[in-house]
Design a protein around this ligand. Structure first.
Ligand code: ARG
Length: 592
């Protein structure tokens, strides 16, 4: 992702990458103008702060010993004022060590900057991020936690980096199941008016389903009810709307508790596309994409096969003329690229739907909605497992309701807060417990590589040690407490001056170096659509801070200069933790 640098706060990684590119061209010719210097942060101090590993690949390409290539690049490399040492090591690694004064200046300037030194992207895209997407008349369950947490974090990160972000909550509010639901509601004399909770709706859904399966007469009425709903029958539509409204009240409460940035205007339910489906099918047909298969209209995108090797259809219109999930998603792709002007469509949906999305994207490409700079990606995620390694369920074997899970998290967090800070005022304790409980659940989800399954473990996620939200929140609160204890202004906050950072101790330098990596971590998360990269960075940052704090006294530093410099490092660390957690949708209380 291209980023601007140097107008405001210098970005070491950007500057080094730029200078290395110039040196590569100077040493090896203009054919290398687009070559990647393969710049990485070194994981060991003896390899410098950064490593450029391009020489290995280039050596092969040019038929020259990589070490010689690396030396040629270094001979042309101008990093005066940026690096204090440049070395060729091993088979041809270029090890780069930043100059202390330069590093100190970078972090001092970052501490004065509202964006902590991270510029916005130069090439902004319009991301349409589809996430949450619960289903009407069903309570949100743990599967929706993953989509909600990951989708909201990505939307925040992308937006913060300067992209345009359109959120889409693809509510499941349409389909044949509404026939049986409404028919059952009529049977029992249910009516709207805020008299039912979503818990009741969940139960009603179950009852309707068992009647549908066991009672042929009811099943037939349910089918007729679907037709009535589709044809806009007044009474039927009224009941359906009431059902949707009751459900949305529940979703709104859960979204709010989770701190999601989905507004009412972002809800784009399946039924929204109803009026567009006939036209969409006509367009696909006109473009020669559809074939009739046993009465249904299907697309057969290349590369998708049944087990027996026969081409696999994407059913666009069913044999009874009805539309399903695929049709709605196709209409959604078209709507997102035309009406919403999206050029990056991102679907945060569980991995079991991979084939569905791959086929929808393939057909959308055939239709010309995708391609030519417009891309779609299925941001897939794995399952949440119980400690037994099987899908996470209640003791009774039911799916775990998200609202209840959040209640339990906050209860458990309240115990942690009580044991850590018994003296906080009660109201503040409750606020902190909310932030820690909800934060623990979300962070636990985000910090795992999303495509993998993970085990839901209360003790792990609420632990104050390890890669957890409470650990990071605690690190943040601990830094804030330094300022309170010393009764000193926080550098950069409310116009307080920012003393210059001076680097002496190795742990100070290591912390400063780590602080310069925040922009890289957010960009990497955005590029790969993987929030866990930002989590990993924040965890490393907190660890660097702990090392620093153990070896460098702050309030009782030897000199005023050292104390002031360390206060600036503390302030920037706290701001980075708070901003980073904020981008993950997690609050960082000042005390805990
Ligand atoms: N309602 C679906 C579910 O609960 C998720 C919708 C995902 N978004 C989409 N455009 N298909 O599984």
């Amino acid at each position: 992702m291209a980023r601007t640098y140097s107008e405001t706060v210098p970005d070491p990684a950007e500057i080094l990458a730029q200078r290395l590119k110039e040196a590569m061209v100077a040493a090896l010719g203009s054919a290398l103008e687009r070559a990647d210097p393969v710049l990485r942060r070194s994981d060991q101090r003896r390899f410098g702060d950064f490593q450029a590993n391009a020489a290995m690949g280039l050596g092969k390409q040019l038929g020259r010993p990589p070490r010689q290539v690396a030396e040629a690049i270094v001979n042309q490399l101008d990093v005066g004022g940026v690096c204090s040492n440049v070395e060729v090591a091993g088979p041809g690694f270029i090890n780069l060590t930043l100059d202390d004064d330069f590093l100190a200046r970078v972090v001092t300037e970052a501490a004065t900057d509202a964006r902590l030194g991270v510029p916005t992207v130069t090439e902004a895209h319009t991301y349409v991020v589809d996430y949450a997407g619960p289903n009407v008349a069903k309570e949100m369950h743990v599967g929706h936690l993953r989509s909600s947490a990951i989708g909201d974090a990505l939307a925040r990160i992308l937006g913060w980096l300067g992209h345009r972000v359109v959120r889409q909550d693809h509510l499941g509010d349409w389909g044949t199941q509404f026939g049986m639901l409404i028919e059952h509601l009529i049977d029992i004399g249910w009516d709207s008016g805020g008299r039912s909770s979503i818990g009741d709706l969940n139960e009603l859904y179950r009852q309707a389903q068992s009647k549908f399966e066991g009672d042929a007469g009811f099943a037939e009425r349910a089918r007729r009810r679907v037709v009535l709903l589709q044809s806009g029958d007044f009474e039927t539509v009224r009941l359906w709307e009431a059902l949707v409204e009751e459900s949305r009240n529940h979703f709104r409460r859960v979204y709010q508790r989770l701190g999601l940035t989905i507004g009412d205007g972002d809800v784009r339910p399946e039924s929204f596309y109803n009026d567009m489906l006939d036209g969409m099918v006509e367009e696909l047909d006109r473009k020669g994409i559809l074939r009739e298969d046993q009465g249904a209209l299907c697309a057969f995108p290349a590369g998708f096969q049944r087990r027996d090797g026969a081409p696999l259809p994407l059913i666009v219109r069913k044999s009874d003329g009805g539309y399903g999930y695929a049709a709605t998603d196709l209409a959604g792709v078209k709507y997102s690229v035309t009406e919403l002007a999206g050029d990056r469509l991102v679907y945060v949906v569980d991995a079991r739907q991979s084939q569905h999305f791959a086929m929808v994207f393939a057909v959308s490409t055939m239709a010309g909605w995708l391609g030519e700079g417009r891309e779609a990606e299925h941001v897939a995620f794995g399952n949440i497992l119980g400690r037994d390694g099987k899908p996470f369920r209640t003791r009774a074997g039911d799916t775990v309701k998200l609202a209840e899970l959040l209640d339990e998290a906050v209860d458990r967090a309240a115990q942690v807060v009580e044991s850590k800070s018994p003296d906080l005022p009660e109201a503040e304790k409750a606020r902190v417990a909310e932030a820690v409980g909800v934060g623990a659940i979300k962070y636990n989800d985000l910090s795992n590589d999303r495509v993998k399954d993970y085990v839901f473990d209360w003790d792990r996620m609420l632990s104050i040690d390890g890669n957890t939200a409470p650990y990071l929140q605690y690190a943040h609160a601990r830094i804030r407490s330094i300022f309170r204890r010393g009764d000193v202004a926080v550098p950069g906050e409310n116009g307080a001056p920012v003393p210059a950072v001076r680097l002496g101790e190795p742990a100070e330098r290591a912390l400063a170096l780590r602080l310069t990596g925040f922009g890289e971590a957010t960009s990497a998360s955005a590029a790969a659509l993987q929030p866990h990269r930002l989590c990993g960075y924040l965890f490393d940052l907190a660890a660097s801070f702990t090392d620093f704090y153990e070896s460098c006294p702050v309030l009782r530093a030897d000199s005023t200069d050292a104390r002031d410099s360390r206060l600036t490092l503390c302030a920037l660390t706290a701001s980075t933790l708070r901003l980073g957690l904020g981008l993950l949708g997690i609050d960082a209380p000042d005390r805990m």
